[in-house]
Design a protein around this ligand. Structure first.
Ligand SMILES: NC(=O)c1ccc[n+]([C@@H]2O[C@H](COP(=O)([O-])OP(=O)(O)OC[C@H]3O[C@@H](n4cnc5c(N)ncnc54)[C@H](O)[C@@H]3O)[C@@H](O)[C@H]2O)c1
Ligand SMILES: O=C(O)[C@H](O)COP(=O)(O)O
Length: 394
């Protein structure tokens, strides 16, 4: 029996997910010296010295900005995530955030907590004080959704069900997302169009260079007076200094976010939650289960599903002898790889090759045992980033 795969777990990952890694083939824990894989949630891996032994990284969640994805691609290491597995949890918290802003729930609760239960005037003070916290209803207002991926499209749908009008913006929307979106969601062609016409604006984009500070001093000038900005995406998607200035000027009514940075924390017009979007029992189990399944299938069989930097390549086993190759997406790689195999008289039984961006990935099932020298020869081909031999034992 081969040595079990060692999986380093950097955050609290649901036990249900870890149970998807069978004990006879996997050891998972926080003290793993030479990991074959890493399971992570939000731990920042950018400053980490990721051992050369790491073959794959699994993010039990959606955003991968805490992982050095480009450096992993250069090493031929796939970075998996769990698309959609926590989307419902975030959607529900966005609804809570809109209600908190519209009904002044935070301030109203503080007012009640501050009343003295022994005060015989307490009930009168409640009735006198409530006018300070009067709000408005969501129905009839317009929600702008920026980013119509797994979360954004659920948020859009939820808002329609609440009787709101919805304006959506996503220049890179997938065909699948577009199909799943209600025709009642109006399409905006620019961020400014969303900002101009929405009373609530909710951000659901990944943090990448193109989205960093997408909400800034200039874009805030386009927002409706007293509008509510909701950020359950990432802190860096908004320029916090500009948001604070807009709140101070009362141009922006409230900023609701999942990222209580020192700058925004304590501001009376900010509702800040402690990165709670995905912290439900259901979402934590969904994310951990999905990503553990993907890691297991990659480590055992080389199959790739839902890697942010690799194409989806999954092939049922038709032979005991499998080779998996990750390489730069340049011409003549397949020719060189098959020449290395032909030199050892290996017959290809089944093969799948796909590319995504700069990376191509190939699974090859052959009819007989693969000599070590073939794997070594493939590894030496210029442009090959990683090669693995995956025989089924027994
Ligand atoms: N608060 C939380 O706990 C929590 C939980 C899950 C996700 N998130 C954050 O939310 C983000 C989105 O999550 P998701 O699961 O919906 O991801 P997703 O990949 O399904 O959707 C992201 C969408 O953003 C779109 N997009 C990219 N660049 C854009 C741009 N410049 N303008 C408009 N749209 C753009 C993409 O086309 C895609 O449709 C994650 O990357 C993560 O940062 C936060
Ligand atoms: O991108 C995500 O999935 C969220 O930010 C959730 O992060 P968490 O797993 O650390 O709660």
């Amino acid at each position: 029996m081969a040595e079990p795969f060692q999986v380093l777990v950097l955050n609290n990952v649901s036990a249900k997910g870890l149970a998807r890694l069978p004990a006879e083939r996997f050891v998972a824990g926080k003290d793993i010296a030479r990991p074959d894989a890493v399971l992570v949630r939000s731990a920042d891996m950018h400053g980490m010295d990721i051992p050369k032994s790491v073959l794959a990284i699994g993010r039990a969640g959606s955003g991968t900005n805490n992982i050095p994805v480009n450096a992993m691609s250069a090493r031929g290491v796939p970075v998996f995530n769990a698309p959609g597995a926590n989307a419902n949890a975030v959607k529900e918290l966005v609804l809570a955030g809109m209600l908190m802003a519209a009904r002044n729930i935070g301030g109203a609760m503080c007012f009640v907590v501050g009343l003295d239960p022994a005060d015989p005037e307490m009930e009168k003070k409640v009735e006198d004080g409530k006018k300070t916290y009067a709000g408005y209803e969501l129905a009839g207002h317009t929600l702008g959704v920026i980013g119509l991926g797994m979360i954004g499209r659920l948020v859009a749908d939820m808002a329609l069900k609440m009787g709101m009008n919805v304006l959506g913006y996503d220049p890179e929307i997938t065909v699948e997302a577009a199909w799943s979106l209600s025709s009642k969601v109006k399409k905006a062609n620019f961020v400014t169009e969303v900002l101009k016409h929405s009373h609530f604006v909710s951000l659901h984009v990944p943090l990448v260079e193109a989205t960093r500070h997408m909400i800034n001093a200039e874009s805030l000038t386009h927002m409706k007076h007293g509008a509510v900005l909701l950020n359950f995406s990432r802190e860096g998607v908004v320029d916090e200094a500009a948001v604070l200035a807009a709140l101070e000027a009362r141009k922006l009514g409230s900023y609701v976010c999942d990222f209580p940075s020192p700058k925004v924390n304590g501001n009376p017009h900010v509702v800040a939650l402690p990165h709670l979007g995905a912290s439900t029992r259901e979402a934590e189990e969904n994310c951990a289960t999905m990503v553990a399944d993907q890691l297991r299938d990659y480590l055992l069989d080389g199959n790739v599903v839902n890697a942010v930097n690799f194409p989806n390549v999954a092939m049922p086993r038709e032979s005991k002898f499998r080779i998996a190759v990750a390489n730069a997406n340049v011409p003549n790689m397949l020719g060189q790889i098959s020449t290395a195999m032909a030199g050892a008289k290996l017959n290809i039984h089944n093969m799948m090759n796909k590319s995504k961006g700069d990376i191509a990935y190939t699974l090859v099932d052959v009819d007989s045992k693969v000599p070590k020298k073939v794997i070594e020869a493939i590894a030496k081909i210029e442009g090959v980033l990683a090669v693995r031999y995956l025989p089924v034992e027994g």
